[in-house]
Design a protein around this ligand. Sequence first.
Ligand code: ATP
Length: 485
Amino acid sequence: MAESKSNELMERIVSLCKRRGFVFPSSEVYGGINGFWDYGPLGAELKRNVKEAWWRSMTQQRDDVVGLDATIIMHPAVWRASGHVDTFSDPMIDCKTCKGRFRADQIAEIPCPQKPSKCVAECHGEKTEARAFNLMFRTTVGPVESEENLAYLRPETAQAIFVQFKNVLETSRQKVPFGICQVGKAFRNEVTPRNFTFRSREFEQMELEFFIRPDEVIQKLAGQVAAVDPADPLAVLRAPVATWGWEAWHKYWVEERLRWYESIGLPRTSLEEYWQTREELAHYAKATVDILFKFPFGTQELEGIAARGDFDLSQHQKHSGKSMEYFDEEAKAKYIPHVIEPSAGVDRLALALLCSAYTEEEVADEKGRKETRVVLKFHPRIAPVKVGVFPLLKNRPELVERALAIRDRLRPHLSVFYDESGAIGRRYRRQDEAGTPFGVTVDFETLGEAGPELRDTVTLRDRDTMQQTRVRIDDLLPLLLEKIR
Ligand code: ATP
């Protein structure tokens, strides 16, 4: 019962995304292509806002992180060094009867309608043994389709950061500890793309590699490595100190990331931390925390934050023959820095924001009749449109003229949607569904018809409370900027 309710909710969210232009199936006129999605006008704005908020918080608001924008296709040796050619695979099984292809580790999550305990997707056909299926998309570079020209579409953005570590270090004048971040497309030939955009074959990542001193260097330099106090783990948030080792930095980034999610409107209660067990950890990882979001289809990963030691840089040093060592002037020592990697998915986050924002409310219309109001309660910071501007009536040129003037005044500073068609209540509802946090209406009071004291004022409607307050036109811009910041 609970599950069918969640499915229904998910269906309503997917349908809203299509109806309002957040997300469409890729190449839909040709029947779509499994695992690929396009973002329509509102979705494109939402994603841009998410990426911009992440980039701002990582780079512009910090002194110790710089950005990178690398290519999607890199030298194939990168993927041999990183281990992706040999080990980036999922176990895949085929059904001999229905010809379905499934990820062996996920098949238990796909309930069989007839024999739930058997858990096969559509039928009870005989299954093949699990085989490793490499998730990287392959292509060839240049006109000759040969093995030597083989290249891969990157399955993550992180490796470009490692291979450019030295160039960035030398040109940015950063000193360890510091980070390099990147936002960009990644591609994985997922065996079973599903749950709408959650598991796609083309998606975007926002990744940070934060390079730190190895614990031994800190120990030598400061005589001790700061321990994370289990009684007060948040103490690590009180400004980084030189004695932090990988554990403190790891905890710090987990907290930073959780706080960032809250700052764009995902309540802490919708998130969970999952600490991978020793058995689950990659062989080089010291710790990995997944930040999970409670999606209607289950609590699933939004971001992974891994303490990866010096694995990646060492691998590239070994395979390229180029030194990845850093000379630490203060410690008077050369070493390969260790790394903490917060790695998030833009599309999963956009989906989490949509799910978290989606609300249905019973309200009364102008005539007092009950109706369901669908509203996306996005945080103003990431809402695709910040303010709707409406003349009360479209057939009164004096109202339209004032409304257009307000739109033009606000437009250089925030995204504005002007709408004059239909009853004002309908226009509010349309913006509620788009998640627009504010609505400005020009009415007869604006023109001074109700007396001079209300002249040059408009109503400002709050999407969530539906309350309207009168505001002077001259005060609108600073007021809105303050609320959206
Ligand atoms: P999963 O276990 O769900 O396959 P993962 O652990 O392989 O994910 P990572 O390699 O840690 O994922 O990638 C970092 C982030 O990139 C993930 O937390 C997720 O937000 C995003 N991501 C990874 N794979 C996909 C995908 N197929 N579709 C959308 N986003 C993805």
